[in-house]
Ligand binder design. Sequence first.
Ligand SMILES: [Zn+2]
Length: 159
Amino acid sequence: MSGAPAWTGGCQCGAVRFRVTGLERPSICYCRMCQKAFGNIAAPLVTVAGLTWTRGTPAHFESSRGVHRGFCSECGTPLTFEHYGGVGLAICAFDDASSIVPAYAVGTDAKLPWADDLPSLPGRPAQDATAADARLAKIVSRQHPDHDTETWPPSKPAP
Ligand SMILES: [Zn+2]
């Protein structure tokens, strides 16, 4: 492996993994089509260069003529926005999504009216389980870890 920068990521179940060598134009799209495709208020995307699928490949839905949205056929994670201008990857599918900061927003005319209020909601960390929801603490995650693995899923269930 050369010293060239690379970023890795994949879907939630780990059936599809990728590596890229370049990132351009990180953005967030609030349009209605991205809301549907991501099942979310918006789609954080980054145009990539040097894309290699290192495990599996995404399935696709042609959401508009010439626009293909890739997703994992095993777990449903949205992964790509592919069009004549290149390939965008879902920022939150990267192993370190915190380092890819959207620089601009598009589709803001379709932004949901409550989207800008979300940061002011009361909240708590996911690990802050109380006695009332101790049952949640018994749930064992099957999510692929945020790094490449030789094999997946693991051969033995996690304790
Ligand atoms: Zn998957």
